[in-house]
Unconditional design. Structure first.
Length: 325
């Protein structure tokens, strides 16, 4: 009887431990980008609770968010499609399960005084964080104007420091996303945006990348997270909510609603039909698959990683597709 009692107590303890693990909130690392700051709306407006899922949003600088994901400290991370591939290539296995937005101008090449076009960059110094999406935007811009990175000098600068280095005069131009690109334009007299992601629509998609382990164990909960996101989208697209929405978004990054509002113009938040269309496999920037193929080739060519990532295995549209039924 004593053995049986001990066995029963052990079984109960294991059951309780399993329940406690399962009850832990999903952890999402997010950072300063309008399509990701918008997750705060899901928390503040109760959309996670409405859909029956508990989520902890953990705020980081962008690269630090990727490091946290790679270290297994969070279940998911908000990244560009290109950086989701980088994580996969370096061992932080993940699946892109939803698309928040497409960059529509917020990623910018900002030229300092006297730099008014991409052609003016020849022989000049450009501050850019190498190996991330800004680097890709620059390479694409140079290609559009018949140039390569051999025609310029690249200075590796963390994105959050780009505005400062342009202001210092140590570089002639920088590449960054909002709010850093906007800060550069504001702080450097005579600067201008000479190329943006609006000139290459579909080059940069912003996604939620979930660890493979978490997807396998807690898929039903991730379905609820995706459903909560489309409650956010509906909320954001309702003009009646604009004032409240801007207050939530701006508060996260310590700006006024008036300062934050222009950032939304360069970020196209995708509706469910728009996202479903982009999830269809196709060549070119109109598809997440096609865009990721382009980024994949760029990463290998620029030695960000050595072996191409299997793009098809890195994308799962089924959680989004489930919402159309």
């Amino acid at each position: 009887m004593k053995l049986r009692s001990k066995w029963l107590m052990s079984a109960i303890c294991l059951f309780v431990m399993a329940c406690n693990v399962q009850a832990e909130p999903l952890k999402i690392a997010y950072s300063d980008w309008p399509g990701w700051v918008a997750w705060d709306i899901a928390k503040q407006k109760g959309f996670f609770a409405k859909n029956g899922v508990e989520v902890d949003l953990e705020w980081f600088e962008y690269m630090a968010s990727m490091d946290a994901f790679a270290a297994g400290k969070v279940d998911a991370v908000t990244v560009t499609n290109g950086d989701a591939l980088v994580l996969n290539a370096t061992g932080a296995r993940n699946i892109m399960v939803m698309i928040n937005d497409v960059s529509n101008g917020n990623d910018k090449i900002v030229g300092g005084p006297g730099i008014s076009s991409i052609k003016d960059l020849k022989g000049k110094k450009i501050g850019v964080e190498l190996g991330v999406v800004s680097h890709l935007l620059l390479i694409n811009a140079l290609k559009d104007y018949g140039m390569t990175d051999k025609d310029v000098s690249l200075i590796n600068v963390p994105t959050h420091q780009t505005a400062q280095i342009l202001a210092s005069g140590d570089v002639d131009a920088i590449v960054a996303w909002q709010p850093n690109s906007g800060q550069a334009l504001k702080s450097v007299h005579g600067s201008s945006a000479i190329y943006t992601s609006a000139d290459a629509p579909g080059l940069i998609y912003d996604v939620l990348a979930v660890s493979i382990g978490s997807m396998m164990e807690r898929r039903a909960e991730w379905e609820k997270v995706v459903a909560a996101w489309y409650d956010v989208v509906a909320y954001m697209k309702d003009p009646a909510n604009r004032k409240d929405m801007l207050e939530i978004l701006s508060a996260r990054v310590s700006l006024t609603p008036e300062e934050y509002e222009p950032f939304l113009e360069g970020t196209k938040i995708l509706s469910l039909p728009e996202a479903l269309k982009i999830f269809k496999p196709a060549d070119g920037f109109g598809s997440l698959y096609g865009s990721s193929d382009v980024v994949n080739a760029f990463q290998v060519e620029n030695k960000v990683y050595d072996t191409p990532v299997d793009v098809k295995k890195s994308i799962d549209s089924s959680l989004t597709e489930k919402l159309k039924n």
